[in-house]
Design a protein around this ligand. Sequence first.
Ligand code: ADP
Length: 309
Amino acid sequence: MNSVLIGASTTMASMPTSAEHLALAHSAQLRGVNLSYGEKPVLRQLDWQLLPGQVIGLLGRNGAGKTTLLETLLGLREPSSGEVQLFGQPAQRLDDAVRARIGYVPQQSTLFEAFTARQLLAYFKSFYPRWNEAKVEGLLSRWELPLDQQIGRLSGGQQQRLSIVRALAHDPDLLVLDEPVASLDPVGRRDFLRELVEQVLERGTTVVFSTHILSDLERVAFNVAFLREGRIALQAPLDELQEQLRVGTGTPAELAALQQRLQAELLRRTPLDAGRERWLLRLPQAPLAGEAARELPAMNLEDLFMELS
Ligand code: ADP
């Protein structure tokens, strides 16, 4: 699309006062990250912060770079430049204590196919000082996972659930899930994600999960981050985005008047025919929002995704 993303504003907490504070205050912190596969740039000067207790849905089209970003965040891929920190440590050189605070559910895990679920969990338990047996047993029985069948013979959805049980078992402080519901029945996807998030909310766990399916986010993700053209184009609470983002069309003069009247921030403008343009605007918080809402209709999730990804 021939459009320009003008603002990349976020609604983050107040700025920390020193570099040290900055590192410790975040569960994860990426600064100026670049990563290419051969000639193909995937992450471009990407900045991103995950704050403790945030639940973030990472949205982007297929191929936008979500898996690459999550792997880079976890220190599994080395960026060509930039800085990635987890709990204040460089992601490529984490000590065991920080490693034990992280849970990761990859998109596909084909390891351990000859193990049973029981063997797999016993194996992982031996690595972690903290292991929540009651949680493991509760999830295994609620999700009806067969414990004594070879993992290779479980369905894709069952394997994914087992991978999630494994990632939750040591009560991580940061839980990273790459398309965690991809193999699940579409009907149950959102409810399952919601249950998953509820599992970790009371501990204040930071959760980030990627998806390209919008309905996964409804009632699950408190924050959404849009990965577009190698950067986090926008991150904000989902309900706030739905309240504040609007699309309008007209001439540049009409835009100027509208912006002034509504005090709206221009996020993107796309040229149309005959000197007209299409704008993506962000309204200020109430009280002006009420007036603006009558002029520019609200967007549903599909529209939001189309505009931002
Ligand atoms: P997403 O998870 O958003 O679908 P990915 O991170 O998997 O995106 O991929 C981003 C882009 O990088 C895609 O164009 C993909 O084809 C390419 N890509 C991913 N992994 C590799 C790799 N190991 N080598 C080369 N290209 C890759």
